[in-house]
Unconditional design. Sequence first.
Length: 598
Amino acid sequence: MEQEGESQELHLRGVAVSSGIGIGRVFFFSFIEGAIPQFIIAPKDIQSEIRRYRKALARCRADITLIQSRMQKEGADEGITILDSHLQILEDPLITTGIEEQIEETRINAEAVFYGQIKEYEECFNRMPDEFFRERFKDIQDISRRILGHLAQSLQISLADIPENSMVFANDIGPSEVAEANRNSIGGMVTETGGETSHAAIVAKAKGIPYVSHVDFQKMEGQRGAIAVIDGCQGLVILNPSQKTLAEYTAKRNELDLAYKQLKANSGLIAETIDGCKITLSANVDMVHELEELHECGGAGVGLFRSEYLYLVKEQFPSEEEQFESYKSLVENLHGMPAVIRTFDIGDDKHNPRDDKEGHKAPFLGKRAIRFLLDERELFKTQLRAILRASHYGNISVMFPMVSGLQELLDAKALFREAEKDLHGEGIPFSPNVRIGCMIELPSAALVCDVLAKECDFFSLGTNDLLQYTLAVDRTSQENTGLYQHSHPSVIRLIRMVVQESSRVGIPVTVCGEMAADPRMVALLLGLGVQGLSVGIRHIPVIKNAIRSCSIVSATNLADKVLQLESAEEIEQLVSSVYQKSMKDDFLSHLRRRQFHH
């Protein structure tokens, strides 16, 4: 951390996760050392908030009573007497009805009201000349910490309800929490943990939320409500920025916004190369409400609908009817454009609602995604039925994640056919032309892609997991950031292998990982033979511009050169220089067109 002279700026360094500039006020999304979250309670939730506070007091009383019973067995009578005074404090109207009335009047959450009241008491006690009374306040502090601890355990905040212009600070944030976030309220996010390609990071990028991870929060005490600048491009967080710094970053943010709007203005243009090769540019989507922005950005449909977010938000598996309504709404809002629905991908950094019930966590490796679904056949069949029913209303394809070999794919297809047969017998309409695809995100799947291709209508390359399993690098770890390389020769060659084998069978390959959202990698992917890209909605204008700035001939030449290189650094340097040149040529061409028209 740095502190800069008179400006009182605090600079926190972290890892750049999602690019962009955010400016707003610090909002603590979880209990951080010395920081208490504060937010507005909806009128309908006030009484439940008061009940939550009462429950925290009741648990605090139970704690103290239990401690007293233990002390009685130990013969520590003096300690029992001291704790009696703690119980008396818990009955004080200022702690009970006084706090409840403040919650009702201010509509602020219980911990913020309680913490504010304790701070007022502290100021009063500190002003007292008598040391005895100042010491008595330590009893109140002890109780307050216990109450706040119980409130923390029951705290449930939604990023959908936080104040506008909030810079969210949290120890960690789950993907479902980011998914339900209101983009108009959140200006940026900062966490202590979380990698660049964690699912939370992917959702943040899709929403265009600047995000910096691996920031040390040790000196964050007392910063609630402070002005913060989040530089998601440099991995920098600035607290209490000076007027000069604020002006500089405001200008940077406006410049980035303007550049994006200019690209977005070309949303009606076709995603095709200079020499007329059309590329399918689709969107990765978590929630149906994102589709309005998809139409604004000019995407060609949904290349990946992450269905697991239907349960991640509620932390319980949705019924067939709930899923059907969501999938139906998805295709109806696409107005004829295609949608690829990925079946539940459970595991990794995405919470499994059955974990807590069964007393264990789904392992990072092993029983995840398709393996979990094949083990939970009724749950899997419920989802397949819902997808099939929705196919009657639009262009739907189904895609199976984390397939490691042929048998898993065949088992999943058999259950799909079984679901079709059941619906047919029940007289429920569905499309007989639902395409079945397979995600290639494991090295084992890539190595047998020739066999898998014969059983599929399309492939989707999930480069995030393909990288981490090929390179044995945890993509959520800050320590491994330098090892997680999209440009690693092994990954490039695996992609080439998958494209070649799929083309022999005649099925298309789309890349839906973060590699597809990197404009520098677009020409290489096209040159390798990839026919479609699926990215976060906000990436579509940038990636479309990258497609329209290269030719398929030059892209093929680039791929040939890359396949001859031996290191990730060489490949990175080559694709970056080719991209920069294409952008420069595109800019000069734009200038020449303007001069011609004038």
